[in-house]
Ligand binder design. Sequence first.
Ligand code: NCD
Length: 314
Amino acid sequence: MKHLRSIPELGVDGIVRILSLADHMAEVNRRPVPKVPALVGRTVVSLFFEDSTRTRISFETAAKRLSADTMTFSVSTSSVNKGESLRDTVETVSAMGVAAFVVRHKTTGVPWQISDWTDASIINAGDGWHQHPTQALLDCHTIRTEFQRPTSTDCLAGLRIAIVGDVRHSRVARSDIQAFTALGASVVVVAPRTLMPPDIASWPVEWTSDLDSVIGEIDVLYMLRMQRERMSEALVPDLAEYSSRFGLDSARAGRLRDECLVMHPGPMNRGVEMVIDPSELSRSVITRQVANGVAVRMAVLFDVLGDPNSEVGS
Ligand code: NCD
């Protein structure tokens, strides 16, 4: 695979391939020295035009554990502020000999656009409301390992997953739904009407605005952040009311099935969607998602840049 730009481009066989590689990478990460020489001499550049803490650090940690060289392009200190275009920026950095760009941008489609301007591989770390494929892959890896399912094309079969909150503006929800349903899970979207995607009827999901009607019947509760920076108008006039209808408080937590996982991609809005402290939830896997993110991004980088004939390394 040359690029990882979206879940549909990856396809179900690609998802399963990455999940099996992620198991090898998790084993590398458990070693006293969690580092292999798989990508020695290759340079991975993070090109982030939007704020990020965990995704950028996760990719950089992953690249370093595979012995790649890493460079960070930070928009706030770059010539973009002198008016340099996206294309000139990409061509300039590319001329330094880059194997892969990890790209985050507020506009849908930028990772495809960039692939026309460079021979390097492109990994999408989030474009607008559109796709966030590595988040979806780490979420699949987390659910699969928590439920101890073997890696296969139907490894999430029989699981019912609720995705709750600001689905309309969420690239995580779009990529997750494609990946979860490809692996056999059923998904229910829970959102207020103003945050429901307008074309929800064409998505392969059930949907409702009543969290209490589904909370006791699900295997995974996936909470989303209210993405106020992507809203052009006040779609949620009253956050306290939102929180009382869609937030996870202790009463709702008490109605979850014992085995139900609680997930969140981060960053969390405490007191809005997450009213209870997640450390009080025995089945919260939010920090495990972050840890799994490194193994999954190692798998993606290896799949895109590694020598297909070599082992992951010892
Ligand atoms: C997500 C993102 O940026 O799309 N965060 C992340 O990658 N960890 C979700 C969000 O910002 O709410």
